[in-house]
Design a protein around this ligand. Structure first.
Ligand code: NAD
Length: 289
């Protein structure tokens, strides 16, 4: 299938390459020359504008930094320029309101569209093992599913337009809370004289079991291999966690949801990011304890 791909950064570069590997003809566009050169090396055909890339495409996939850019790209260069009947898949993490607004504009103009944000980082994007949480109509989901399967290990229909973004930010809000809770418990156990490895052995098999502790242990030398064992390099950057928490706080306000623990987690990540730690994995917040 002829697929346009817009946004070939850390995530999009690998995702576009996986579409090529699956046999699709990928027409790629990014503002960065370096990103375009890498895409060519991976078998994509590159273009000098989004409008040119979407010309003749049956599907458009985007992986862009934020909602304002997604809206500008779709309303400026995709809607009305891609062939009638094409399906659009925005995989960026953006606010729920913009996701709904762009989908409505696309559907009004006769296209199908899904919001399909991902769980999994750069390694999963390169390896084709992302999890996609998808918002959109059943028809749009059915058309998007095969394309997403070429880039991921799981594709889940979350509900109507915006539901993918809702699932994504609620998931990452929970992740921030259990990461911080895990850091606090591990550090307190240590200060009370318990070897962190002993605490891990007990809690990872007790009711304290959670993903941050069991799979992504924030303390070096404890539990499975994680960014903590690599000086908090790689993994999921604090800046990206903060981006998702800001989106979550916006959504909490607009839905009048009570999120006392999560808003505290967001404030702690604001401070940690502001102290010059944007590039460190988000589990490095344990250093503040
Ligand atoms: P990135 O900054 O590496 O890539 C974004 C790309 O978009 C860049 O190459 C940039 O040049 C391009 N771009 C910006 N404006 C453009 C425009 N108008 N037209 C065309 N291209 C444009 O970011 P990333 O890490 O690849 O993240 C992309 C999205 O994926 C974000 O929404 C992010 O929140 C989400 N995400 C990232 C990760 C991660 O681990 N990096 C994990 C999950 C979700």
């Amino acid at each position: 299938m002829k697929i346009a791909f817009i946004g070939l950064g850390n995530m999009g570069g690998g995702m576009a390459a996986n579409l090529v590997k699956a046999g699709h003809e990928v027409c790629a566009f990014d503002l960065s020359e370096d990103a375009l050169a890498a895409a060519r090396d991976n078998g994509c055909e590159t273009f000098t504008s989004a409008r040119d890339a979407v010309d003749g495409a049956k599907a458009v996939v985007s992986m862009l930094p934020n909602g304002a850019i997604v809206k500008a790209v779709y309303t400026g260069d995709v809607i009305g320029h891609a062939p009638q009947g094409a399906v659009f898949l925005d995989c960026s993490t953006i606010d729920v309101a913009t996701a709904k607004e762009v989908t409505e504009a696309a559907e009004t103009a006769g296209y199908n569209m899904v919001d399909a944000p991902v769980s999994g980082g750069i390694a999963a994007a390169n390896g084709g093992t992302l999890t996609f949480m998808v918002g959109g109509t059943k028809d749009a989901f059915d058309r998007a599913e095969l394309i997403l399967q070429a880039m991921g290990k799981a594709v889940i229909h979350a509900g109507d337009a915006g539901a993918g973004q809702t699932a994504k930010i609620c998931n990452n809000m929970l992740l921030a809370v259990h990461m911080i809770g895990t850091c606090e418990a591990m550090k307190m156990a240590e200060r009370l004289g318990l070897d962190p490895r002993t605490f891990y052995a007990i809690s990872s098999q007790s009711s304290g079991y959670n993903w941050s502790l069991n799979e992504y242990t924030p303390m070096p030398g404890v539990g499975k291999q994680s960014p903590a064992d690599n000086d908090y390099q790689g993994g999921f950057a604090t800046a990206l966690m903060l981006k998702d928490l800001r989106l979550a706080m916006e959504a909490a306000d607009s839905s009048d949801s009570a999120v006392p623990l999560s808003s505290r987690a967001a404030a702690l990540y604001e401070d940690f990011d502001g102290a010059g730690n944007s590039g460190l994995d988000f589990s490095a917040i344990i250093k503040t304890y």
